[in-house]
Each structure stands twice: as C-alpha cells, then as structure tokens.
Design a protein around this ligand. Structure first.
Ligand code: F0G
Length: 457
C-alpha cells in the first residue's frame, strides 16, 4: 500500500499541557498586554505560532545526549562531537560555537565589515541587517522581483537577483563589498527557497570578483528539501548531499541552531579562512566564551550535534514541509488570502487583502493578529506597518510553525479559528499606537483599538 497521509514521523513521549481560556478572558489578557501579542504571558496562549525559533521539540536521542555533556572548561569531548557533526553537513574547516545566530552575525561582521561597506544579500534578516548597520556598513537586499510579490508562482521565490548583484559590484567596486550573503531559506521573503542554480550563479559572480560568499543557514535543511522536490536533477539526491553541495559553493556560514538545529538555543559561525577564524575566535573569547563552547553549555552542543542531523533526515523533512503546506492549503481552500506556495517554516496571511477597510496606518496586520488570538487563543506575529513603520510594503500575519511541536489536529483547529475570523472580518477595527520605543518598536509597543473606523489613527 502507498499511504496517502503523511504522518508525524514520531510518537509522543512527554507532553506539555496547553491552557484553555474563554474569549472573555482573552479580551482581558489582550487589554492587559496593550494589544501587543509579544506582551502576552505565554501561558495565556493556546497555540503559539509567534516564531519557529527555539521552541522545537527535542528527540529522545537529543535528551540522552544532553546527559553526555562534558562540561570541562577546555578540551571538552562535547565540542569534538559538535564540530565533527557540523563539518559532516556543512563541510567548513572552522566551527565556532555561539549562543545563537545573531552572536555569529556580530562576530562575522565585526571581523569583516567596516564603515562604508556594502553587504548584498537575497534578503537580510532583521538582526543581520541591524548587526551590519551597527558596524557602519549598508545591508542591501537584492531579491528577484517575484520575491517582492505575494503569490508569484516561482519555485524559488527566495533567489537573489544575480544581474543586479553584478551591476552593484560594477557600480561600487568589489573593494567595498567584503562579502555577499545568501539567506536560506529566504526568511524575510516568506521562508521561500533558493535554488542550487541561483547559488551557483552567485558563486560565479563572487569568484570573478574575489568576494567571499557566506550563507545565513538557519533553515538550510528546509531549503535542501525544496531543491530536492523542485529543482530538476536533484530528485535522487538526499537532502544531506544537497546541503553539502550547496555549502561547497560558499566560504562559510552563520547558523542559528534554534531553527534547523532542532534545539532550544545555540548557533555557530563557520569559515574556511584560517586568518579570519583566528580573529573570530579572539572576538568570541572577549564576549561569548572560549572557542570550544562560545557561551553554550556542553549539553547544548550535544543537542545541536544530533539536531542538525535529525533536521536533514528525509522522513522528517517530508513531514515538516507537508505540514506547513497542509495549513497553507486549507486556509487557501477556505478562501483566505494566504501567500502561495507556502514557504518552509511559516504561512503568511495578507492582512491588507483580508481587511481592505483598515488602512496601513491603522495596522491591519496587528489588528488581524489580535482578532485571531481573541477568537481562538492562537498567537501569530505581524510583519508590516507596526514592524517597519511607513517603509512596510505589505502587511502580513505570520503563522510560524515550531518543529515537531504541533500535530495535524492543531492545524485543523487553526483553520477553524481563521474561518470564523474571516466571517466577521468587516467588524474588525484598526489599532492606534499609544506608546513606542526607539528600537524594534513592535516588541514593546502599546496599542488600543480604534472605536470607529472613521477615527484618526
Ligand atoms: N537569520 C534568520 C534568517 C533568522 O530567521 C533569524 C531568527 C536569525 C538569523 C537570528 O537568529 O534568533 O538565533 O539570533 N529568526 C527568528 C524568527 C527570531 O522568528 O524568525 P537568532
């Protein structure tokens, strides 16, 4: 028999209760959190789709390995296992542990960037951009045009615009470009994948101009699965072979193990460059820790060493990508404006299409996320005007899917909640900002509902 249902490739050994609440209670919780879902106590959330980062469920093998952590200050055997495990998949010579992705970014840009430099990418993640700007350099996004459109039917919407990259290099000269980055999958563009062909082309341009190519590899395994299933010539290759082939086209990477490391904390920085690695280790010792633990406990290194291998497993990836696609398809079938095709780690709702009566200055994404929470206790996040102010080109609600945490029935529930919200969409009101901080205001902003849609924002 060829089974039609793709089942979760695990059985559940430990369970964590989730907390039910009534709509009336959630109205109180939301008011107390100033209509900002980041400010809600997590125990007041039933299904938490705020992020896919760090809330992965670990396996029995990972928990067993945690007990094997060798917490010696230097010479820990846990580091040896961690380094060997990373090298098997990523292939780079130096592996420098960090406490999470952004610490790897800070060290990378701290050693490679200076004021006035430009770092092109298919799209930089927020923390990557912030770290580049911190060193006085410019973070430049060069996605293909399909990456900037919702619902472009391109199998690799996450690709970089290679002719544009060449133009930029010609215009500013390779000396001002210390490295080029590729974010795989392209998180700011909906977790959309990057093709091997695109990586090859970017690699060729970089080689021609002698510019190193680095990957932001947070979701490398999900990207490998898309290459296997969508790119001609890769059907017979394993995701692990694909990942190794891809990483060979670059000079190093930053990695957050909180995503495709299937861990709750951790990350690393990798490079083939001996001189750079030494400088990076010097910086690591200054703020993170010794070069064999980099601010992690040895037990965390053990969990990551196993997690990255479980993340590249074919059966796991089949389930992972299918479950994100399952949620996306069912929302689309219910008539909701979702980004299609789905990315690797999240589903995105177009809040401007969902709530055309709420103008962007009244935060349609945040308003929709609040209503989804009120209706069913589901926490999502806004990517739009609250996050990026008037620079926002879209207002989206992101349903990020933690790894191995929720099952198909949780997704069925989310679809039911959304169908209810869709029915009452015309009664949803916009929000008004009552307090904002200077940096990354979406984390701490206070908002309140606008009583009448005609009120000023
Ligand atoms: N790069 C990408 C593409 C990311 O998505 C993230 C984190 C980072 C770097 C930073 O890694 O959190 O370990 O420091 N993204 C999370 C998210 C927070 O919700 O998308 P970190």
């Amino acid at each position: 028999m060829i089974p039609r249902t793709i089942i979760e490739p695990f059985r559940i050994k430990t369970v964590e209760p989730i907390h039910w609440s009534t709509r009336e209670q959630r109205e109180e919780f939301l008011q107390a959190a100033y209509y900002n879902l980041f400010l809600l106590p997590a125990e007041d959330v039933l299904i938490d789709l705020l992020t896919d980062s760090g809330i992965n469920a670990m396996s029995t093998h990972q928990w067993a390995a945690v007990m094997m952590g060798d917490e010696s200050y230097t010479g820990s055997s846990s580091f040896d296992r961690f380094r060997d495990s990373v090298q098997e998949i990523f292939g780079y010579k130096h592996v420098i542990p960090t406490h999470q992705g952004r610490a790897a970014e800070r060290i990378l840009f701290g050693t490679m960037c200076k004021r006035g430099d430009i770092i092109p990418s298919n799209s930089h993640y927020d923390t990557t951009r912030a770290n580049i700007e911190f060193f006085g350099a410019e973070a430049m996004d060069l996605p293909i045009v399909e990456g900037t459109q919702l619902n472009a039917q391109h199998p690799f919407n996450g690709n970089m615009d290679v002719p544009l990259l060449e133009k930029i290099i010609e215009r500013v000269g390779p000396r001002r470009i210390p490295l080029v980055m590729l974010t795989i999958t392209n998180c700011p563009v909906g977790g959309q994948p990057v093709s091997m062909e695109n990586v090859r082309q970017v690699n060729a341009v970089c080689r021609r101009h002698n510019i190193p190519l680095y990957f932001d590899a947070c979701r490398f395994a999900e990207n490998a699965w898309f290459i296997k299933t969508r790119e001609p010539g890769y059907e017979q290759k394993t995701p692990r072979e694909i990942a190794l082939e891809l990483f060979r086209l670059g000079d190093g990477c930053t990695m957050s193990a909180k995503k495709d490391g299937l861990s709750n904390i951790g990350g690393f920085l990798s490079t083939n460059d001996d001189r750079l690695a030494q400088q990076e280790k010097d910086l690591l010792i200054l703020t993170e820790g010794y070069s064999t633990y980099g601010d992690l406990a040895a037990r965390d290194l053990e969990a990551i060493a196993i997690g990255i291998h479980e993340a590249i497993d074919e059966e796991y990836l089949r389930y992972r990508i299918s479950s994100v696609d399952y949620l996306c398809r069912h929302l689309a079938e219910a008539g909701l404006p979702v980004q299609q095709p789905a990315g690797g780690h999240a589903v995105y709702l177009d809040a401007r299409a969902f709530l055309p009566h709420i103008p962007p200055p009244q935060y349609p994404g945040a308003a929709l996320a609040c209503e989804i929470y009120l209706e069913g206790g589901v926490r999502t996040s806004e990517i739009g005007t609250l996050m990026f102010s008037s620079a926002a080109k879209v207002d989206l609600v992101r349903f990020a899917i933690p790894r191995r945490v929720y099952t198909q029935s949780h997704f069925d529930y989310v679809v039911e909640v959304l169908a209810e919200v869709w029915k009452k969409r015309e009664s949803i009101r916009g929000l008004r900002l009552t307090h904002e901080d200077v940096f990354m205001r979406h984390f701490t902003a206070h908002l309140e509902p606008i009583a009448d849609a005609a009120s000023p924002s």
